[in-house]
Design a protein around this ligand. Structure first.
Ligand code: S3P
Length: 164
């Protein structure tokens, strides 16, 4: 069922898997972060720095609502599940998968990343606390969960296609 929303923490591989699914299923993929950047004409880090996180969350929520009738895949920013209205929307629109991944693996992937404002200058403990505070939202929002910790991109795509 489409749209298929891909949710999960930063660095879980949402964008990569969204692109792989798009190729495998021959359907378009859209990314909420990218759509916010396009609408604002600025990078996410710039939006956070200049206008603050609440402004970004408003834009992110507006963009999410605009994806309702898209016949494709929507990859989302890791904080999309912070607002109840967004969780409700994802639960009642199309299908959704939570890409679950061990925090140690996520840290390996995004260790040197500077494009994610909520990650920059954070210790492992702080990132882990953020991850744990969000875990139940991801788990309770998605229609199904794929643990990608030990899966390749191809295997993850295959597992998702089997479930939709
Ligand atoms: C965020 C995740 C980012 C981006 C922003 C905030 C978050 O997207 O939306 O930096 O709150 O987890 P990715 O999950 O694609 O990194």
């Amino acid at each position: 069922m489409l749209p298929l929303y891909i949710i999960g923490f930063m660095g879980a591989g949402k964008t990569t898997i969204g692109q792989k699914l798009s190729q495998d299923l021959h359907i378009p993929v859209f990314d909420t972060d990218h759509l916010v950047e396009q609408a604002e004409g600025k990078k996410i880090s710039q939006i956070f720095a200049e206008k603050g996180e609440p402004y970004f969350r408003d834009k992110e929520s507006e963009i999410l609502l605009s994806t309702k009738n898209i016949n494709g895949i929507i990859t989302t920013g890791g904080g999309i599940i912070l607002r109840k209205e967004n969780r409700d929307f994802i639960q009642t629109t199309g299908s959704s998968v939570f890409l679950k991944c061990r925090i140690e693996k996520i840290m390996e992937r995004i260790e040197y990343d500077t494009s994610r404002p909520l990650f920059v200058n954070k210790t492992l403990d702080e990132v882990q606390a953020l991850y744990e505070s969000r875990l139940c939202f991801y788990e309770n929002t998605a229609k199904f969960i794929i643990d990608t910790t030990h899966l390749s991109i191809d295997e993850t795509s295959y597992e998702i296609i089997k479930r939709i």
